[in-house]
Design a protein around this ligand. Structure first.
Ligand code: FPP
Length: 236
């Protein structure tokens, strides 16, 4: 039985975004990849604002995957510098806009300072009732499933008690609805280890638009395409 049945209403309740194309956007302009990521963060700011206005309940953004550590060292440290700045600069504003911040991922390899900063942002905004903004950071879908399995074993759960509902309660996203709409920019047609369990019945929307160029109109197009889909969840 599929748990966490996604929405059938015209607006998705949970949107997941793979923000791809920062590097290509920069290269096309003769800029450094880091400048592309900088532009990508600006897009995050405006898209999150719009998601809040649209009254979307959950948005999960793939900020840094468990596999992104394989990038050149300077790019990785640059992305983390930008992430630190993003949390420093945006948390108060997000809080004012009733956004609840969460993060999904493994703590390993993240600096104590960043973890503390994120935990402060999560607890400051924990009582907010608007958009829940999940930052997937040092995140991998397979890793998340493995972590859930480890915790089930650590809790000595009897195999006959394990079903989809119980398993899900051990995921990072335990209390969240499944993904309704998964958007990926920059013409890549992959899921790249993102929200594997949660996307079981997600609708996919791919666009050639590079993430730094992605704007409100592009999100409108994705929402419009979503509203035209006929979601059957395996039924007729
Ligand atoms: C993909 O572009 C982007 C990333 C690897 C992550 C960069 C981070 C952000 C856009 C902002 C996230 C911030 C928050 C706060 C959620 P790419 O480098 O893979 O581009 P390419 O495929 O063109 O090289």
């Amino acid at each position: 039985m599929y748990v966490n049945m996604p929405e059938t209403s015209p607006l998705p309740r949970h949107i997941a975004i793979i923000m791809d194309g920062n590097g290509r956007w920069a290269t096309q302009r003769g800029l450094t990849r880091l400048e592309g990521h900088h532009a990508g963060f600006k897009t995050v700011h405006s898209v999150v604002k719009y998601l809040g206005e649209l009254k979307i309940d959950y948005a999960t953004l793939y900020a840094f995957s468990a596999e992104n550590w394989n990038r050149p060292k300077e790019e990785v440290s640059g992305i983390f510098r930008l992430l630190n700045q993003f949390i420093d600069k945006e948390t108060a504003d997000l809080h004012k806009n009733n956004v609840r911040i969460r993060w999904l991922g493994r703590e390993e390899h993240l600096s104590a300072a960043l973890l503390a900063k994120m935990n402060r942002a999560v607890s400051l905004t924990g009582g907010n009732t608007g958009l829940t903004l999940c930052l997937a950071l040092n995140y991998g879908g397979q890793q998340e499933i493995v972590d859930a399995a480890k915790r089930l074993v650590a809790d000595k759960i009897a195999p006959e008690l394990i079903d989809e509902r119980l398993f899900q309660s051990y995921l990072y996203t335990a209390d969240m609805p499944g993904v309704d709409l998964l958007i990926r920019t920059a013409n890549e047609l992959r899921i790249s280890n993102f929200l594997l369990w949660q996307s079981a019945y997600a609708e996919f929307y791919f666009t050639p638009v590079l993430w730094p160029d992605f704007n409100r109109e592009d999100l409108d197009h994705a929402l419009e395409a979503y509203s035209r889909r006929n979601r059957r969840f395996g039924g007729l």
